[in-house]
Design a protein around this ligand. Sequence first.
Ligand code: 13P
Length: 252
Amino acid sequence: MKKIIAGNWKMHKTIPEAVQLAGAIAENTDVSARVVDIIICPAFIALNSVSEKIKETEISLGAQNMHYQENGAYTGECSGAMLKSAGCKYVILGHSERRHIFKEQDWEINTKVSAAFREGLKPVLCVGETESERDTGLTNNVIERQLKTALKDVDISNIESLLIAYEPVWAIGTGRTATPEQAHDAHEFIRQLLYAMYKDASQSVPILYGGSVKPDNAHDLLLQPNIDGALVGGASLKADSFIELVNIAATE
Ligand code: 13P
């Protein structure tokens, strides 16, 4: 499976800054992009401009969230069709910041995942435990609940368009990365859950790791079986570190 390096820019970068960063990444990853799938996920407002900037490149565009309805009176929201029209191929769903800060519920994430498939977008479904859940031995329970609820009634025919990101909440933006062993165990567990649900079709689902991924820890993480790439926050905001991550993935 081709490694994937995805940048989640969260609520950073104005439109000109986003276009500049996308341009810098594009200019310096043309060789690695042949062997690594590169995805960048700017804020909604910059999607269209970034899409224009990267349209002649191998880089793909993703959004950070979407609404599950096709349209309607949902002030402040974006539909899947809108994201597609802005050039998106992917959409991050169920990110822990959406779950914890914006109180997104498992059922809601499930409807968003279904809506993404309906609109022809590839969901990057995020799962992961908090520190207290890990400390009380609940890591696998949480992952299982989040994964099974989010994929409820998702037909096997959609599975080739699915990506999972394991992002332990305690490792996001904290500088504390899961050890390669901790990440490996969680990814193996996710792989087993997917297999139980979708049998051989599940083997094509990339499972990305996210949580303080940086150039100095990426190599050891990406070496692990079942770690198919990284979903990167902080280190995706600077061209140099993101390009370095892409280059590391290209050598794995
Ligand atoms: P950091 O890489 O900043 O820890 O963020 C990870 C993340 O949340 C990616 O979605």
